[in-house]
Design a protein around this ligand. Structure first.
Ligand SMILES: Nc1ncnc2c1ncn2[C@@H]1O[C@H](COP(=O)(O)OP(=O)(O)OP(=O)(O)O)[C@@H](O)[C@H]1O
Length: 251
């Protein structure tokens, strides 16, 4: 269980309180600059909140010794730049304590053909997939025990739709095994389909958090994003339609 209590950080986060159950896939959504990455860094133990506390299974994340935290908490940074000009395989091994990445992980992120190539020569989406493997390989033992916490900042960024789908299904499988995933996402319909719970942020405040069926109402989405939405329910799956201006208005 992840418990956030009254978290305040540099005016960027204001009194954030929420619980995320173990085994949950929680999506954090909100406008650009709403504080999603900042909150993820606090949850990951990378930023100290000025007030409040993030607790992982009852223990304050800031009090967990770094080597212990690094053993079960994976963090994937948005726009992570790779400074090493080494093959992807060595790059991943460096973070995984010289262990080879698991075949299941390599297959899920479809990176077998990339392992021998220098990281600097990979495309944006290829680099993103290698970085996601790096993040998960670091905590693979904990993942196998169903005890990992994955904090993923925009993991879908730059991925084509097939790789998006395979990553989302893989994360779902990890959560079913007991792991917890907290990720930021800009695609409301992907969150409606794949998140167990969501947190909507607006200017550093949490507008609402909880199961998708509760948080994804027209009122709350409009308050969060400042545009109109229509929501339909198709075979128990929410479909969310932002109301774009008509084509004639655009032309
Ligand atoms: N290092 C920093 N120092 C000062 N302010 C920062 C810093 N990093 C981010 N900010 C500001 O904090 C606010 C929240 O930023 P954050 O990156 O958490 O937003 P976000 O919701 O993840 O946005 P996006 O959707 O664009 O990724 C923004 O107004 C941003 O300009």
């Amino acid at each position: 269980m992840i418990s956030l209590a009254n978290i305040c950080f540099d005016k960027r986060l204001v009194n954030i309180t929420a619980d995320i159950a173990k085994g949950n896939c929680c999506h954090i959504l909100g406008e650009n600059g709403a504080g999603k990455s900042t909150l993820l860094q606090v949850i990951a133990g990378l930023s100290d909140p000025e007030k409040g506390d993030c607790r992982i299974n009852g223990q304050s994340v800031t009090s967990i010794p770094a080597p212990q935290l690094a053993g079960f908490r994976g963090y994937h940074e948005q726009n992570h730049s790779v400074v090493f000009d080494i093959p992807a395989y060595s790059y991943i091994q460096f973070y995984a304590g010289q262990k080879s990445p698991d075949n299941e992980l390599i297959a899920a992120l479809d990176i077998a053909a990339l392992l021998g190539r220098p990281v600097s020569q990979l495309s944006g989406g290829e680099k993103q997939r290698v970085n996601l493997v790096r993040c998960m390989a670091q905590v693979w033992d904990a993942i196998e025990q169903g005890e990992a916490l994955l904090c993923l900042d925009e993991p879908l960024q730059g991925l084509d739709v097939r790789h998006q789908q395979s990553l989302l299904l893989f994360l779902h499988k990890l959560c079913q095994a007991g792991n917890t995933v907290i990720m930021t996402c800009h695609d409301i319909n992907i969150s409606a389909r794949f998140a167990d719970s969501t947190m909507l942020l607006k200017q550093g405040r949490c507008l609402c958090s909880g199961p998708v069926q509760q948080t994804f109402s027209v009122e709350q989405l409009e308050a969060c994003f400042g545009i109109k939405f229509v929501i339909s329910n198709n075979q128990n799956a929410l479909q969310i339609h932002p109301q774009w201006p008509s084509a004639s208005k655009i032309m």
